[in-house]
Design a protein around this ligand. Sequence first.
Ligand SMILES: [Fe+2]
Length: 253
Amino acid sequence: MTGTPRDPRRKEPDRLVSKVSRYQPLDERSHPAYASPRYASSVYRSPREPLIPIRQTLSELTGPSFGPEILLPGDADLTSNAGTGSPALGERIIIGGRVLEEDGRPVSNTLVEVWQCNAAGRYNHVSDTHDAPLDPNFLGAGRCLTDAEGRYRFVSIKPGAYPWRNHYNAWRPAHVHFSLFGPAYATRLVTQMYFPGDPLLDIDAIYMSIPSAEARARLIARFDHEQSRPHYALGYRFDIVLRGREETPLEAL
Ligand SMILES: [Fe+2]
């Protein structure tokens, strides 16, 4: 179907924009600065000029949306979604929680994607040269949609720590990367989830680049006995808040 090309000089259709909610700006106290001196590469790639706020228009407020048609059966089970017929190696875990808007409303039917290294601390990626074994039965990526209550759930392997070149003898604490779109681009969140009690957290330049201890704590999952499965896997709970005072911090650039 063809239509009349939109005149770029035409004003935003405020009649439509007023029907969708606008989102508060990011809470800067919860997020790492673009340049964090201890996180060496952030200094080189951070903006040098003041940022230009983007006006929230229909484009930022109404999409994108993904439906169940993009998912394959088993996408949320990282212990088996390599499709080899053999289980991934390592300590099985279940990660689940809720995705909430700034006012506490559940974010239903939104895409949650995760990626992580294997139990030995190695990513299934050509650029990972860490001298640790790859697991042919572990892709390290999964995705699912939240249900009507905003709940999501993944079965996976507890990721290992891995070295990186930020400084001498630097190791990343065990973590799982998360990407969420929420209801709109304005609520897009890319972050990392950590595990309770990890001794590497306090010396991790990425985790410590989040300015307050209170905000950092929002990135640590809590052990969840309810979600554990007997004789199978330990459970962890990680709730995610998109915008607002309890906002889950973004990961450092
Ligand atoms: Fe990572």
